[in-house]
Design a protein around this ligand. Structure first.
Ligand code: AMP
Length: 364
C-alpha cells in the first residue's frame, strides 16, 4: 500500500487543545510555512495567540468539531485528556495523528501499564484497586495510589505505607477506580521522546534526566550522564512503544532508573512533553518541529544535541524573574503568555545552554 502524500508547507494543521504545547507546536509549524488552527473551549487560549485561527467550542460539540476539521488538513492533540469521542469525531473528517488508540491507552493507567507489559516494557509492580476487597488484599505496599483517569502533575495520587492508609487514601480519592503501584526506590527519573513518521521511521531524542518536586517536573538535563546500558534500554523501550502504538507523531515515555540499574516505565504521553522543551534551544530539530514533520508526512529531522542543556520550568511567580533570565547569556527564555500566575501553574521555562559542549554529536 502506498503512503499518503506528504502535506506540503502551506497546509493547515488542526490542534485540539490550546495550552503551551499547542503554542510551541504552532510556532514550529509557522517556521516551516504551515498554518495552525486551534480547537479549545477556553476564552484565553495561549496557542491561539500565535496561530492562524481558533475554533472555540466544547469537546462534545460535534458541529464545532466538524467545522474545525473542515478548516484543516490534518489534526493532532496537545494534551492527553482530550475526550476520545472528540478525536473519533475529528477522524470522520480528517486524519488524526497520532490517532485514538494512543489516547485511549494513555488516558487510563491500568490499560497503559498492561500495554507496556505486553510490549516487554518493565513497570513497577501494580494492582487494580476498584473495591474494598482489592484494598484488603493489597500487597504492593508501600506504594502510590493513583486514580486510573484524569491524574496529572501529581494530582489524584497519594503515598501509602500500609493497608490502613490505603483505605483512607482510596476514600479520599472518592472510591474511584485506582491503581496501586509499589513505591520504586529510584536512582533517577528519565524520559524518552520518540517520533515516528508516516513511513514508520523512528527517532528517539537524547534521553533527559528529570527532577520533579511535588509531582511537577522542575528540571530536565541533557546529556543525562547515565551509563550507556540504561540509556540504550530507555531508548529501546521508547522505540518499542512508538512502534507498538503504530504511532504517527510523538510519544514521551517517563521512566525510573532503579538503584540497581533497572529501567521501569511510569507513564506515557502521546504528544510533545515538558521534558523535551530543551530541544528547542539545544537540539538540531525541536520536538515540536519533529511532531509537525511526522504528522505532515515529512522526513524526520536530525536529533543531534547542539549543546549541553538544563531546562527549568518557571512555575507560578517564578516567571516574574524574566529580566534576570534575559540578562544571562546562557539562558533562553520562553514565556507562555498566560495571564494569571497561580501557584503550580507552568508559566514558562528557561533553557540554560552550556556552550562548552557545543557541536558535540551525541544521541544519548
Ligand atoms: P505520575 O503522575 O505517575 O507521573 O507521578 C508523578 C511523580 O511521582 C513521578 O514523577 C515520581 O516522582 C513520583 N512517582 C510516581 N509513581 C511512583 C512510584 N511508583 N514510585 C516512586 N515514585 C513515584
Amino acid at each position: 500500500m502506498s503512503l499518503p502524500k506528504p502535506l506540503p508547507p502551506g497546509s493547515t494543521i488542526g490542534i485540539l487543545g490550546g495550552g503551551q504545547l499547542g503554542r510551541m507546536t504552532a510556532l514550529a509549524a509557522a517556521r516551516l510555512g504551515y498554518r495552525c488552527v486551534i480547537f479549545a473551549p477556553e476564552d484565553h487560549v495561549v496557542a491561539a495567540e500565535v496561530a492562524a485561527g481558533h475554533v472555540r467550542g466544547a469537546y462534545d460539540d460535534t458541529a464545532a468539531l466538524a467545522g474545525f476539521a473542515a478548516q484543516v488538513d490534518v489534526i493532532t492533540y496537545e494534551f492527553e485528556n482530550v475526550p476520545e469521542a472528540a478525536v473519533a469525531e475529528c477522524l470522520r473528517h480528517k486524519p488524526v495523528r497520532p490517532g485514538v488508540r494512543p489516547l485511549h491507552l494513555a488516558q487510563h493507567r491500568l490499560r497503559e501499564k498492561a500495554f507496556f507489559r505486553g510490549l516487554g516494557i518493565g513497570t513497577a509492580d501494580y494492582q487494580p484497586i476498584a473495591n474494598a476487597a482489592d484494598v484488603a488484599a493489597a500487597t504492593a505496599l508501600p506504594g502510590i495510589l493513583k486514580t486510573c483517569t484524569e491524574g496529572y502533575d501529581g494530582k489524584g495520587q497519594a503515598r501509602v505505607s500500609g493497608r490502613a492508609e490505603l483505605a483512607t487514601a482510596w476514600e479520599k480519592l472518592g472510591r474511584r477506580e485506582c491503581v496501586l503501584e509499589a513505591l520504586v526506590d529510584f536512582q533517577c527519573e528519565i524520559s524518552a521522546i520518540v517520533a515516528r513518521g508516516l513511513d514508520g521511521a523512528t527517532r528517539c531524542f537524547p534521553i533527559g534526566l528529570n527532577h520533579h518536586r511535588d509531582g511537577i517536573l522542575r528540571t530536565t538535563i541533557v546529556p543525562s550522564g547515565l551509563p550507556a546500558g540504561s540509556l540504550a534500554t530507555a531508548e529501546r523501550f521508547g522505540v518499542e512503544l512508538a512502534n507498538g502504538l503504530e504511532l504517527v507523531g510523538l510519544v514521551a515515555l517517563e521512566m525510573f532508573v532503579t538503584k540497581d540499574g533497572r529501567v521501569l516505565a511510569n507513564e506515557m504521553a502521546p504528544r510533545p512533553h515538558n521534558s523535551g522543551h530543551w530541544t528547542i534551544d539545544a537540539c538540531a530539530t525541536s520536538q515540536f518541529e519533529q511532531l509537525v514533520r511526522a504528522i505532515c508526512g515529512l522526513p524526520l529531522g536530525p536529533i543531534e544535541t547542539m549543546a549541553a542543556s538544563r531546562m527549568e520550568n518557571l512555575i507560578g511567580d517564578e516567571a516574574d524573574g524574566w529580566a534576570r533570565y534575559l540578562a544571562d547569556p546562557t539562558a533562553r527564555l520562553h514565556l507562555y503568555g498566560k495571564g494569571d500566575a497561580r501557584p503550580g501553574r507552568k508559566m514558562g521555562h528557561v533553557t540554560y545552554v552550556l556552550p562548552s559542549a557545543a557541536g558535540r554529536r551525541s544521541t544519548t
